[in-house]
Design a protein around this ligand. Structure first.
Ligand code: G3P
Length: 217
């Protein structure tokens, strides 16, 4: 499974990247706002750190303007993936931009039918939002499973990029289902390392080590 970091926080991205935990990055207008930085400048810095796909999102609503914005964002670096919303205009923009050989991440996906359309439009990545479906008492992971089944049934090459990941179980469950990629906030990725029995076992080892009176260094 590939790990993308869902953030525009360069410091947090760099720290995880140094650990070999970063196969790509996803940003969106809300994450750009949170970063407090200008979109082109912060995206360029992220692309200089991370070699994998870096998603930058268009904000236009009409296909023609989405295409223009997408082409401008793609000029930032070769590893830019243009993010477009799952609307009819977004699908039109996806078809044109992928036709030009560009990576396109179709975002704000909430149904299997939407994911089918994105694959037909040639999307490089589809971003189904797990957390926001959970927020309305639906099961976001069910959507990941449905898309996986449909894409496998017909051999679609669009990669499933599980997004809106709020908790560590989203990561392991998406991996069990077979999502190609998960994009998660830095805090969720770091939390994956935590387990109470690990902490308890470590404290026990250190207590016993203390009793040996020995030192390694
Ligand atoms: O990549 C999409 C993600 O940033 C949305 O997450 O928690 O706002 O639903 P969230």
């Amino acid at each position: 499974m590939k790990f993308f970091v869902d953030s525009a926080d360069v410091e947090a991205i760099a720290e995880l990247n140094d650990l070999g935990m970063v196969d790509g990055v996803t940003t969106n207008p809300s994450l750009i706002l949170k970063s407090g930085r200008e979109i082109i400048e912060v995206t360029k810095e992220i692309c200089s750190i991370v070699k994998g796909p870096v998603s930058a999102e268009v904000v236009a609503l009409k296909a023609e303007q989405m295409i223009e914005e997408g082409r401008k964002l793609a000029e930032i670096a070769d590893n830019i993936a243009i993010k477009v919303p799952l609307t009819w205009d977004g699908l039109k923009a996806c078809k044109v931009l992928t036709g030009e050989g560009r990576m396109v991440n179709v975002t704000l996906c909430f149904s299997a039918n939407q994911a089918l359309l994105a694959a037909k439009a040639g999307a490089t990545f589809i971003s189904p939002f797990i957390g926001r479906l959970d927020d309305i008492n639906l099961d976001g992971l069910d959507l990941i499973a449905d898309i996986r089944t449909i894409y496998d049934n017909y051999g679609f090459e669009t990669e499933i990029l599980a997004a809106s990941v709020r908790a560590v179980n989203h990561v392991s469950e998406a991996a069990l289902i077979g999502a190609d990629i998960v994009t998660a906030p830095p805090a969720v990725i770091r939390k994956m390392a935590e387990h109470p029995l690990t902490e308890k076992g470590l404290q026990g080892f250190l207590r016993d080590w203390e009793k040996t009176g020995q030192k390694i260094l």
